[in-house]
Design a protein around this ligand. Structure first.
Ligand SMILES: *[C@@H]1O[C@H](CO)[C@@H](O)[C@H](O)[C@H]1NC(C)=O
Length: 271
């Protein structure tokens, strides 16, 4: 009895202790953009900018096998058409795994598109896109990726917007054996990003700047509470609300692209 209470206490304690506020100086490396990426507020914040010559980006120094990754972002304001701001996880090499948040800019007054995707063993094609229910350029909001052995959860301000389950060997490949790094970038994608590439980047507004802060990394390895976490009723309701009211594209419903029918994880998708 005492031993199991102690074990419970220890596992909760370890889970808490494993969630750490990252310091951009210590935990991240600005990998491209020649001075367009800047660490701010003593390591708590970071800005990326984009001009006609280059975008910029950073990555985590460490690799992770599962985890909960929280990042606060304030996106490029005003006319952000053609720009893409990213926060994603990726492994390296062929047959890579990747879990993406991409924010596609828009012309002034038009909404950003939040693009999500999951690659397993090099295969993506699992896009879901959303509109936000707030202005993501007015203040910081928290975007999270929870990657556990059982599921991937995308969250915005702690509301789940998408769940991608691991259906095991009967299902679609799920990232379980390649460690991933965190990557963030701001770049020009005006050949496709805004309204299908019709709206180009207006360089008169450059440089464009996006802000990141309060990067937090928590463990979601097997044996941690995170790894077995299920959405409660409130979270499931919130997910349903986002998917019904704010989803603008779902690969599961795109029969033009997938005439042979949607893939297994769509049919068996359960919260
Ligand atoms: C930009 O705004 C237009 C008009 O509201 C919308 O159709 C489009 O999906 C938005 N997002 C992007 C990335 O083009």
């Amino acid at each position: 009895m005492a031993a199991s209470v102690l074990a419970l206490f220890l596992s909760v304690f370890l889970a808490l202790a494993c969630s750490t506020a990252a310091d951009f100086y210590r935990d991240a490396a600005i990998t491209w953009g020649e001075g367009r990426g800047k660490i701010l507020e003593g390591g708590r914040g970071l800005s990326l900018s984009l001009d006609q010559t280059s975008g910029s980006g950073f990555q985590s120094k460490n690799e992770f096998m599962f985890g909960r990754f929280d990042m606060q972002l304030k996106l490029v304001p005003g006319n952000s058409a053609g720009t893409v701001t990213t926060f994603y996880l990726s492994s390296q090499g062929p047959g890579h795994d990747e879990i993406d948040f991409e924010f596609l800019g828009n012309s002034s007054g038009n909404p950003y598109t939040v693009h999500t995707n999951v690659y397993s063993k090099g295969k993506g094609d699992k896009e879901q896109q959303f509109r936000l229910w707030f202005d993501p350029t007015a203040s910081f909001h928290t975007y999270s990726i929870v990657w556990s052995p059982n599921k991937i959860i995308f969250l915005v301000d702690n509301s789940p917007i998408r769940v991608f389950n691991n259906h095991g060997s009967s299902g679609v490949a799920f990232p379980t054996n390649q460690p991933m790094r965190v990557y963030c970038s701001l770049w020009n994608a005006d050949d496709w990003a805004t309204q299908g590439g019709r709206v180009k980047t207006d360089w008169a507004h450059a440089p464009f700047t996006a802000y990141y802060k309060n990067f937090n990394i928590g463990s979601c390895a097997p044996g941690t509470p995170c790894a077995t976490q299920e959405l409660d009723a409130k979270a499931r309701n919130r997910l349903r609300w986002v998917q019904q009211k704010h989803m603008v594209y779902n690969y599961c419903a795109d029969s033009n692209r997938f005439p042979q029918g949607s893939s297994l994880e769509c049919k068996r998708s359960r919260f």
